[in-house]
Ligand binder design. Structure first.
Ligand SMILES: NC(=O)c1ccc[n+]([C@@H]2O[C@H](COP(=O)([O-])OP(=O)(O)OC[C@H]3O[C@@H](n4cnc5c(N)ncnc54)[C@H](OP(=O)(O)O)[C@@H]3O)[C@@H](O)[C@H]2O)c1
Length: 228
């Protein structure tokens, strides 16, 4: 029997890649990102372990690109993970950097989520997981736009959860602290930060709840941050 499909955006590296590998035992992975070579490498790794992975090359900020790869896909799970960050003082941020963060981190939720929702609504089941950030609740210097986008995705996720819960569709937001990935510019991963695999485990736990149980918001941090 074929496995249910999990769509993961930003699956070419970092947290998205770790989520794809973590979910591949239970789901057929539909891996979305712009980097074809990295998606092909992910597909090989998943297939080597006995799983199925479809690399879907798309720019989540381009509605036609999203529609082209996601329309008609009957997904059980969507992990809205793709994200970018230009972490710098507000007066040094360029308009392009601002727009890119808003487009990838927030506006892309519109097209990606709407592309996968119709079959979930028809089936009365599905799970949308959004990767936010603790910065959505706890601002920091250099995060004027980034933290604002993550605050927006938390509000989006809660509103959508309230709207869809009676249709049998779960919406969750996972808010990690620092993670050791190649994320962003002006952001340096700390040696003590969470691994991408730890975040992937959290996503898997959120998805694995019984049918009538929803973990809507999860914050995941490293336990001990060294004192400066
Ligand atoms: N790292 C942290 O400390 C941290 C902490 C909290 C939350 N987060 C959040 O976690 C998520 C993943 O971040 P990460 O740390 O794994 O970063 P990463 O290693 O830089 O990965 C970012 C992913 O997003 C994809 N992406 C970026 N722009 C895209 C676009 N226009 N279209 C399609 N895909 C796009 C990239 O793929 P391509 O470049 O191949 O398109 C890549 O797969 C983000 O939402 C981030 O805000 C990160």
């Amino acid at each position: 029997m074929s496995k249910p499909i999990a769509v993961i955006t930003g699956a070419s590296r970092g947290i998205g890649r770790a989520v794809a590998l973590r979910l591949a035992a239970e789901f057929e992975i539909a891996a979305v990102a712009r980097s074809r070579d990295q998606l092909d490498e992910l597909r090989r790794e998943i297939e080597h372990a006995g799983g199925v992975c479809r690399p879907l090359v798309a720019d989540v900020t381009d509605p036609r690109s999203v529609e082209g790869v996601l329309s008609g896909l009957d997904a059980q799970v969507l992990v809205n993970n793709a994200g970018v960050g230009s972490i710098k003082p507000f007066m040094e941020l360029t308009r392009d950097e601002w727009r890119q963060m808003v487009d990838v981190n927030f506006n892309a939720m519109f097209d990606v989520t709407r592309a996968v929702l119709p079959p979930m609504i028809a089936r009365k089941s599905g799970h949308i997981v959004v990767i936010g950030s603790i910065s959505g609740r706890s601002a920091f210097v250099g995060g004027s736009c980034y933290a604002a986008t993550k605050s927006a995705v938390n509000a989006f996720s809660e509103s959508l959860m309230l709207e869809l819960r009676d249709s049998g569709i779960k919406v969750s937001v996972v808010n990690p602290g620092s993670v050791t990935t190649s994320f962003g510019s002006g952001w340096s991963a700390k040696s003590w930060a969470l691994s991408a695999e730890a975040v992937a485990d959290a996503v898997a736990q959120v998805i694995a709840t019984p049918p009538n149980v929803l973990i809507h918001r999860m914050e995941i941090r490293t336990l001990t941050v060294p004192k400066k």
